[in-house]
Ligand binder design. Structure first.
Ligand SMILES: [Zn+2]
Length: 125
């Protein structure tokens, strides 16, 4: 039987996993590191890739390096944590404002208009 850990417990597990391993070169290895720490608190605890990614991105103490690729779909909310995006604007040659990208108000992810993350690595920030 699986149990869902509280957000605060996951934050602790993220911190401990990073302290132990230093960094993670993929989302799946990060999840395994977090899971290892969660199992020490309760062996029935589990965590999905998505929740591991969201809470790590929003933790404030983890730096994410993100490889991105082009996508045809317009980005509506943060592709990393689901947070609200703020537009990054710039002036074009005619002096008109154009949207060049987005920044997440919760995890600070920055991306261009038609860009989405493909690979992650994680370090202490
Ligand atoms: Zn975000």
């Amino acid at each position: 039987m699986y149990k869902i850990p509280k957000e605060e417990e996951i934050r602790k597990a993220i911190y401990r996993a990073l302290r132990k391993y230093g960094s993670f070169s993929s989302l799946s290895s990060l999840r395994l590191g977090i899971l290892e720490e969660l199992k020490k608190m309760d062996e029935n605890y589990t965590i999905s890739m998505k929740r591991a990614r969201i809470l790590t991105a929003r933790s404030g103490f983890v730096k994410l390096e993100i490889k991105k690729r082009h996508t045809k779909k317009k980005v509506e909310k943060c592709p990393v944590c689901g947070g609200k995006l703020k537009e990054i604007r710039n002036l074009n040659l005619e002096g008109k404002q154009v949207i060049i990208g987005y920044r997440c108000t919760l995890c600070n992810y920055k991306g261009r208009v038609y860009e989405k993350p493909t690979r992650y690595s994680f370090h202490f920030s």
